[in-house]
Design a protein around this ligand. Structure first.
Ligand SMILES: *Cc1c(COP(=O)(O)O)cnc(C)c1O
Length: 230
C-alpha cells in the first residue's frame, strides 16, 4: 500500500528543516533526519526508504532485529532507546550508531563487544539536560568526567551528545535546553580530547526539532511527524 501521507510528511519535515536552517544561517546538509520508526510496520519504513530516507531510529532491540534485515543494507539504523548491557551483543552488528549511552558500564560493555567483533563503535553520550527524574542520561556536569574515563577505549568512538528534551506545550520552552547542550558540545570540542570527535549533536523530536535545528542540532529524531501517531 502506498502511504502518500508519509511522502507528504517527509516533504514537510525537510521544508521545515530548510526554513530553520535559513533562519539560523546554517547549511541544511549539516542536519541529518532520523526517521523514528519505532512501533511502526515494516511497510512504513519501506515507504520512507522509497522516499529517499536512509536513517531510521528504533528504541527496542527486538524491533531492530526484526526490521533491519528487511530494509536495503545502505539504510542505517540508530539505537535511540535505553540499552541493556545484555542486549549489546545482539544489537551491535545491526546499528550504525548508539545514541543512548547512559552509563560507564554500558560503554564498557560496548567496548568489550566491539573488540570481540573487531568493530569501532560510534556512540553518543546521552545527557539529561533538564535533570528529569524519569529520564536516563548523564548530568551535564558528569559528561567531561565520563569522557575522560572512556576516550581511550580502543573500540568506541565518541561522536557527540544526545538529549531527549522535556515534553512541553510550546517548543520555545525547550530552547534553553538545546542551548545548554550546544554549549557543552562546543566546550568539549574545544578541549580536543583524543578519540572524541564531537561532530554529532542529536536533539529535537516532532514537537521541537525546528528549535533544535536553530540551536545547532546535527541529527534530529522525528517519529510522529513522519509516520503519524503511535
Ligand atoms: C520516540 C522517540 C523520538 C521521536 O519522537 P516523536 O515525538 O515521535 O518525534 C525521538 N527520540 C527518542 C529517543 C524517542 O524515543
Amino acid at each position: 500500500m502506498m502511504r502518500k501521507d508519509i511522502f507528504e510528511n517527509l516533504g514537510q519535515v525537510h521544508k521545515n528543516i530548510e526554513a530553520a536552517c535559513a533562519r539560523s544561517g546554517r547549511d541544511p546538509k549539516e542536519v541529518t533526519l532520523i526517521a523514528v520508526s519505532k512501533t511502526k510496520p515494516i511497510e512504513d519504513l519501506q515507504e520512507a526508504y522509497q522516499c529517499g530516507e536512509r536513517n531510521f531510529g528504533e528504541n527496542k532491540v527486538q524491533e531492530i532485529v526484526q526490521k533491519q534485515p528487511q530494509i536495503p543494507s545502505d539504510a542505517r539504523f540508530h539505537m535511540i532507546g535505553h540499552l541493556q548491557r545484555n542486549k549489546v551483543r545482539q544489537v551491535l552488528p545491526l546499528v550504525s550508531m548508539i545514541h543512548s549511552v547512559d552509563s560507564l558500564r554500558l560503554a564498557q560493555e560496548i567496548q568489550q563487544e566491539g573488540e570481540r567483533i573487531g568493530r569501532i563503535v560510534d556512540i553518543l553520550l546521552e545527557v539529561n539536560v533538564a535533570g528529569e527524574e524519569s529520564k536516563f542520561g548523564f548530568a551535564p556536569e558528569e559528561v567531561l568526567e565520563i569522557l575522560m574515563k572512556i576516550h581511550n577505549f580502543s573500540h568506541i568512538r565518541v561522536c557527540g551528545l544526545m538529549t531527549i528534551a522535556p515534553f512541553v506545550e510550546n517548543s520555545e520552552q525547550n530552547r534553553p535546553v538545546f542551548k545548554k547542550l550546544f554549549q557543552l558540545y562546543v566546550d568539549i570540542k574545544r578541549k580536543n580530547i583524543d578519540n572524541v570527535s564531537m561532530s554529532v549533536l542529536s536533539m529535537g523530536m516532532t514537537g521541537d526539532y525546528e528549535v533544535a535545528v536553530e540551536e545547532g542540532a546535527t541529527m534530529i529524531r522525528v517519529g510522529i511527524g513522519i509516520f503519524g501517531v503511535r
